[in-house]
Design a protein around this ligand. Structure first.
Ligand code: AFP
Length: 313
């Protein structure tokens, strides 16, 4: 525990509060080390395109590529990762077959917002297994995200009722506890509607938005899933959606990826007392069928998610 602030460090919190196993604690600390470099790189790297595309054919900005490299290096150095799946790679990357963990991650979510200087983030899910195809996000043993905004924050959970905890990166490069046991209450005052273009082909999604407007809920949407879901965890209420427009639309089932984006956030938000569904089943119980699988998601305050699900049926 650093004497200067009196608040527990991430390491101490993992050890004393969450009682994470040593290998999991070391892995989360390695990931947090990569996040510190990414946070620094965001402040110092010129924005612009790298000239490469990711597995979905999207142009990568330089920071995407750099973040992916920094995280990959940390996972290799941890010595505890058998393979990883990154949004920036087409295939599973195999490391040490005898190591216990698979890590799934989106190295820089919201990268299209870099030039606008909006908040962006990194998302991670950790499984204690070597093959996650055919498994479900409920089998994660930890999930975390890092939000690079005016301040750099890290939020993690190891599940199992141990809670969701928020840390801030201080001036000397330590993640220090900011708030522990973040919670999400049952009713929402804020709404955060993603992939809104789907409304032209999905009238039910339009009805859900109309209802939120009629109820005078407050719109809080930035275009970065990490920032938008952090808003829910931070304020303790809200709903975030990303819904598809049906067979003829650009994103038939929604834009977001089951493995790197929806799975980790479902694990975090459910641990905080909220829920996450694809409109008919919990995201945590939805089987992973491929690395690039997309899914609809409704996530946040329980009553609001259930009411919105009914409208979308
Ligand atoms: P980028 O990483 O390409 O900026 O996309 C961000 C994202 O995957 C996610 O963070 C947002 O919630 C979602 O896309 C925004 O989608 P819409 O702009 O279609 O609402």
């Amino acid at each position: 525990m650093p004497a200067s602030s009196g608040r527990p460090s991430l390491n101490y919190h993992l050890l004393a509060h969450s009682k994470a196993s040593d290998d999991l604690r070391h892995l989360i600390l390695e990931i947090s080390r990569a996040a510190k470099y990414i946070s620094y790189a965001i402040q110092t790297t010129e924005t612009g395109l790298s000239g490469t595309t990711n597995q979905f054919g999207e142009e990568q900005v330089k920071l995407d590529v750099l973040s992916d490299t920094l995280i990959s290096r940390s996972l290799v150095e941890s010595g505890s990762v058998c393979c990883y799946i990154s949004e920036e790679h087409e295939d599973v990357v195999e490391l040490d077959s005898k190591a216990p963990f698979t890590v799934v991650f989106d190295p820089l979510d919201g990268s299209s917002l870099v030039d606008a200087n909006f908040a962006i983030g990194s998302i991670f899910g950790i499984y204690r297994t070597s093959d996650i195809i055919g498994r479900t996000p409920r089998e994660q043993v930890a999930a975390l995200y890092v939000l690079y905004g005016p301040r750099t924050l890290l939020v993690y959970t190891v599940g199992g009722g141990k809670g969701v905890h928020e840390f801030i990166l201080n001036d000397v490069g330590d993640f220090i506890l900011l708030r522990d046991h973040l919670g999400v209450c049952d009713d929402a005052k804020n709404f955060s509607p993603g992939n809104l273009r789907a409304i032209s082909e999905n009238a039910a999604y339009g009805s859900a938005v109309d209802r939120w407007l009629k109820e005078e809920k407050t719109l809080r949407y930035s275009g970065c899933m990490v920032a938008d879901i952090h808003h829910i965890l931070s304020k303790g209420q809200g709903i975030f959606t990303n819904i598809g427009g049906g067979p003829k639309s650009k994103y038939p089932v929604g834009k977001l990826r089951h493995v790197f984006e929806c799975g980790p956030f479902a694990y975090l938000v459910e641990e905080a007392g909220g829920i996450a569904t694809d409109g008919s089943m919990p995201i945590l119980d939805k089987k992973i069928t491929s690395v690039d699988q997309r899914t609809a998601i409704l996530i946040g305050s329980k009553n609001e998610v259930k009411a919105t699900e009914k409208l979308l049926r």
